[in-house]
Structure formats: C-alpha cells, structure tokens
Design a protein around this ligand. Structure first.
Ligand code: SAM
Length: 281
C-alpha cells in the first residue's frame, strides 16, 4: 500500500501534466495561483465576492499541494481524538459524505486514520462538490492506493446553492458521517442560497449520524455559530467542541512530495481552527 504522501504525489503529477506550458511556465503559474488562493481565503466574508474558481489544472494542483495535505491531517487528528468517531471505523461498513470534499482532503484524512488504526471497514465515501474537475483527481484513488480494506469513492457534482443540482441525490442522506471541512467558510457569503441544502441534510440525516465540522477560527465565531445553529435546529447534539491551533509536521512526507516541496515550499502546516463533532438524536 502507498503512503498518503505517495498517493498525493501521484495525483499532483497528473494535475501538473495537465497544466499547459513549459516547466518554468507551469511553476510560475502555480506560484501565482498559490498567491491567488491565499488572497481569496482572506476575503471569504466579503458579500460581494465571486466564488473561487477551481476548474483549471493549475488551481487544482495549487489547492491539493498547499491545503489538502494539511487538512487531511487535521481530520485524522479529530477522528483520533473522539471515541464516537473512532468507533465508526470498527464497523463492517461505513458511509461518509464529504460536503465540499472535492479536493480529497476529507477522504484522505479518513484514510490516514484508517490506515494508522488498522481499520478493516469497507468505506464508501461520497465527495460532493460544485467543481466537476475534482472528480478526475480522485476517481483512481482506490486503484492507486491499493488499500487493504474495500474502498468505494463516489464523486458527485452538486452546487449547494442550486437545488436542481442536489435534490436528486438520496443515498448520501444515509451516511454515518458528514464532513464539512473548510466548507461553511467557503459558502459563507452565499448562506441564503445554501440554507435549503443544509436544512435538507441536517433534517434527513439518520438517527446516530455523526457530523464533523472544522474551519477557520474566525474572530467573530460566525462559522461555528452557523454550524451550531443548524445542529440545534435539527437535534444534532454537539459532543466535542474546540478552538485551537492545529499543526502537523510534513517531515515524513517531505521527501515524497519532491520535486514540488523544493519548488513551492512547505504546504500549510499550522492553523487556528474551530472543531465540532455532533451526533443526530
Ligand atoms: C476550501 S475548499 C475545502 C475542501 C476540503 N473539504 C478541504 O478541507 O480541503 C472548498 C470546496 O468547496 C467547493 N465549493 C465551493 N462552493 C460550492 C458550492 N456552492 N457547492 C458545492 N461545493 C462548493 C469548492 O469547489 C472547494 O472544493
């Protein structure tokens, strides 16, 4: 079985190949994309902002390199820290719905936990995202990883602000776990349009379904407040709540991420985050 860094490297190599131009042109485009993404993430509460476009290969490469490695590790750490979440991965079958999970961070974090814990659960993982192109990045993940447990990733395109794109999906509502990793902040400015989707998910999630929310610890606490209000309205009890700095070391992974690590510096490591784990009653 590959390590996750080796797996990410395979995905990055594919995205890198898809970026047009010479090596120097690609690298220049990636550096400028890393800056564009970072500037966008500093402006998530701007009500006039337009949605971030992840459709190009360069955007996908930049996001996966800079953010996916870190976010996956944070998700692994949250699962490790919570018994109810750990217990999920002792079941024979587990279904997870990753909302805004296109870049693969949520899936990779779960895989990282399962591999470390020696879980043998059969994992069905729905990745829901507005950007269809993410599907290309992770469609081969099961084949590439050669996991020692059954792994069924399912990419489904949906825009949470457009009911016609999500009302047809039914199966994911039976998920054992819903993840929202850096997703509520991303759709914060489109809250009014996205409300019906979240209402649908929280309302129809089955009894015992778990929710894992992790996001930027914004000064006003508006991102977790949004999660908390939806949880309260739909009988989801918050069983773990935290605001802290999360960090991880890419030392182990560094070598596997080369030549990108040498060219593009460290992926994100430390973040000031808010976390909630909830269980539907
Ligand atoms: C900041 S990324 C978070 C990705 C991943 N969960 C993580 O933790 O790294 C936000 C994701 O939300 C997706 N997204 C943005 N607006 C969306 C919408 N209206 N409906 C569905 N997905 C959306 C983006 O395409 C992107 O993949």
């Amino acid at each position: 079985m590959l390590t996750l860094a080796q797996l990410i490297k395979v995905v990055l190599d594919e995205a890198y190949q898809d970026i047009p131009g010479t090596t120097a042109e690609k690298d220049k485009a990636i550096k400028s994309e890393l800056e564009r993404l970072s500037a966008n993430y500093g402006d998530l509460k701007n009500s006039k902002r337009v949605a971030i476009d992840y459709s190009s290969a360069v955007a996908r490469f930049a996001y996966i390199y800079k953010y996916t490695v870190a976010h996956a590790d944070y998700i692994k750490q949250v699962i490790e820290s919570n018994k109810a979440l750990r217990d999920l991965f002792t079941r024979t079958d587990v279904a997870v719905a990753c909302l805004g999970g296109g870049p693969g961070s949520d899936l990779l974090g779960i895989l990282k936990y399962m591999i470390k814990a020696g879980s043998k659960s059969a994992l069905t993982c729905y990745l829901f995202d507005r950007e269809r192109a993410w599907g290309d990045s992770w469609s081969e993940v099961a084949k590439t990883l050669k996991a020692t447990f059954p792994l069924f990733p399912v990419f489904q395109q949906m825009d949470v602000t457009d009911k016609t794109t999500w009302e047809g999906y039914k199966k994911f509502l039976h998920a054992d776990l819903f993840t929202m990793s850096y997703f509520l902040s991303e759709v914060w400015s489109f809250q009014k349009e996205a409300a019906a989707f979240f209402e649908h998910v929280f309302k129809h999630a089955k009894k015992g379904a778990m929710f894992l929310f992790i996001d930027n610890n914004d000064q006003k606490g508006e991102f977790p407040a949004w999660f908390d209000s939806m949880a309260k309205a739909h009988g989801v009890t918050v069983v773990a709540s935290n605001a802290c700095e999360m960090a991880f070391s890419v030392d182990e992974e560094k070598k596997d991420l080369d030549p990108y690590y040498t060219k593009f510096d460290w992926p994100k490591r430390k973040s000031n985050v808010v976390v909630r784990v909830g269980i539907k009653q």
